[in-house]
Design a binder for this molecule. Structure first.
Ligand SMILES: [Mn+2]
Length: 558
């Protein structure tokens, strides 16, 4: 082989080798490329899978959230639709107490009771307040018998009463055993709902009545006396309501006895209460200053559960707003009361005849229907205003009314801002009149003012002016405990007294009537037990030596 052919062979070999190498490399590269492509595809697929999964999860989540929101909205909507405003009618208690000095008789009520029972009210207020005293003092009627008859005719409607805590239906603190038996007998004779309040909002004065009400199976509605002052604000009332819920209240009532609560304040207060307590909120107001209907409407929009109204013949003015007007206003709305206007109108027709009778008898002065905006200016409840005017008239000093109206808030401040409700409205009002008429503040201090400053009625809400307190009671010891802690049991004593005097029918109800109003009850028993049929004419007004008689000068603010 020549040199050239050897070279050619080498070249050929080299080329072969190079071709093989190139082929090998190409093969490897293809494999690598394929692997890379496969890897990338895998990653891409995984990423796509993951993304799809996430997207699906997100979609699921969104759907779930959307569903939950929709459900909640539907529920809220359903709840709103299904939240009729509940109504308590006061026609048998506050309506005639506020307009006609509590002079409606059982005979006035009887023809309407069966129809009232069919209306579908949450409750009908028919007892307590001043009705008990008025029955015996003026109407020669046994208040217990009245309650039993009402119950008999109204078995399907909750019967409601108003109770002044430890004062029961009287004007002083009673012993715990009297409170307990009174609450028990009220429930035994037909009461279902007891609204319990204290003029000073001192919950210690509510405790005995509340515990008894619950132990005897009554619906315990705890009420606070609404007022406005530097110490009485929304937080104060919310705190009080929470305390009441803790004490076992089945419902809580805003008791605006003087129509001082304004519509937008009512809205805000009800909202706050609904946020902070879980028991139903019940609103009681009057139409003295002309804002009552608006107060109820705003409260209904804020979610109040129950409101007080009175059938139209004895509604408005110093009484509560009218039932029919509110029922018509809310018809077809989410707060529709469900009450039937025709049925209401039929029952109202009867009470129109009763209102006419009361007008003829001179106990219903149409003046009570006038809107009285002085309360808005002076924060003096309507009933209190009439008392002040009467007191000044008796003294021949009507011209000093505006001086007295300006003195009332000053006395109230000195006394630690008590809410102005019976009996504090009378105490503050009388003191203001004396401060003006004597020409020297606190020159004369009645024993009721002294008692209030001493702590006999419970704890005053704000700071007391110590200079005034010293001038009134000197260095006398203050009472810081619950006032009733100082009272011995009384039931046995009264029971023995009745036996010794040979009066009463031997029932515990009679002992209680006597415990609350000894002189009035004694006179009433004599009258009742002498004749088989109760006389219909009003009993004579008590003689002046009756210690309770002084109250006849007063108009109740309840
Ligand atoms: Mn009232």
């Amino acid at each position: 082989m020549g040199k050239n052919s050897a070279k050619a062979l080498m070249k050929q070999k080299f080329e072969e080798h190079a071709r093989e190498a190139a082929e090998y490399a190409a093969k490897n590269a293809a494999a690598a490329e394929k692997a890379a492509a496969d890897g990338a595809a895998k990653i891409e697929k995984a990423a796509a899978d993951k993304a799809a999964k996430i997207e699906k999860a997100a979609a699921d989540g969104a759907a779930r959230i959307k569903k939950a929101v929709t459900d909640k909205a539907a529920k809220a909507e359903a709840a709103a639709v299904k939240k009729p405003l509940l109504v308590t009618d006061t026609i048998l208690r506050d309506a005639h107490q506020s307009q006609a000095a509590t002079r409606m008789t059982l005979d006035d009520m009887l023809p309407a009771l069966d129809d009232l029972n069919k209306i579908g009210y949450w409750s009908v207020e028919c007892w307590g307040g001043a009705t008990f005293d008025s029955c015996m003092r003026f109407l020669n009627e046994d208040p217990w018998q009245r309650l039993r008859v009402i119950k008999e005719h109204m078995p399907d409607t909750k019967l409601q009463m108003l109770l002044r805590g430890q004062n029961l239906l009287g004007y002083k603190h009673y012993a715990d055993d009297v409170v307990d038996r009174f609450v028990k007998k009220s429930i035994d004779n037909g009461i279902d709902v007891i609204r319990i309040f204290d003029a000073l909002n001192d919950v210690r004065n509510l405790k005995r009545a509340v515990d008894s009400c619950k132990s005897y199976g009554g619906w315990c509605e705890m009420a606070f006396s609404y007022t406005s002052s530097p110490v009485h604000n929304e937080d104060y009332f919310v705190k009080l309501a929470k305390r009441m819920e803790e004490m076992g209240a089945d419902s809580i009532c805003i008791k605006d006895m003087a129509n001082l609560l304004l519509p937008f304040d009512a809205y805000s207060l009800v909202k706050k209460l609904k946020e902070n307590v879980s028991v139903p909120i019940h609103l009681h107001t009057h139409n003295t200053t002309g804002t009552g209907d608006m107060v109820l409407l705003m409260a209904s929009q804020a979610g109040v559960d129950i409101v007080d109204t009175a059938l139209s013949p004895l509604a408005n003015g110093t009484s509560n707003p009218s039932t029919e007007a509110l029922v018509a206003t809310l018809r077809g709305t989410e707060r529709d009361t469900g009450l039937d206007l025709h049925q209401l109108s039929d029952v109202a027709a009867h009470f129109r005849t009763v209102a006419d009778r009361l007008k003829e008898a001179g106990v219903l002065n149409p003046k009570v229907l006038n809107v009285d905006t002085k309360t808005l200016l002076y924060q003096v409840p309507g009933g209190m205003l009439s008392n002040l005017m009467n007191q000044l008239k008796e003294a021949g000093k009507q011209g000093q009314l505006y001086e007295v109206l300006n003195e009332v808030p000053r006395v109230r401040k000195d006394f630690g801002y008590p809410p102005l409700v019976t009996p504090t409205s009378q105490i503050v009002g009388t003191q203001a009149v004396m401060n003006v008429l004597t020409g020297e503040r606190y020159k004369m201090v009645p024993k009721e003012s002294k008692g209030l400053l001493k702590g006999e009625y419970g704890q005053l809400p704000g700071e007391v002016n110590e200079e005034v307190r010293t001038k009134a009671i000197g260095s006398e010891q203050l009472i810081s405990c619950r006032p009733a802690d100082l009272i011995e049991p009384e039931m046995e004593k009264y029971s023995q007294e009745l036996k010794a005097k040979g009066i009463g029918n031997g029932s515990e109800e009679d002992v209680l009537s006597y415990a609350l109003f000894p002189q009035v009850a004694e006179k009433f028993f004599a009258e009742r037990d002498k004749k088989p049929e109760p006389v219909k004419e009003a009993a004579k007004v008590q003689e002046a030596d009756d210690p309770d008689a002084v109250r006849e000068l007063y108009v109740e603010v309840l």
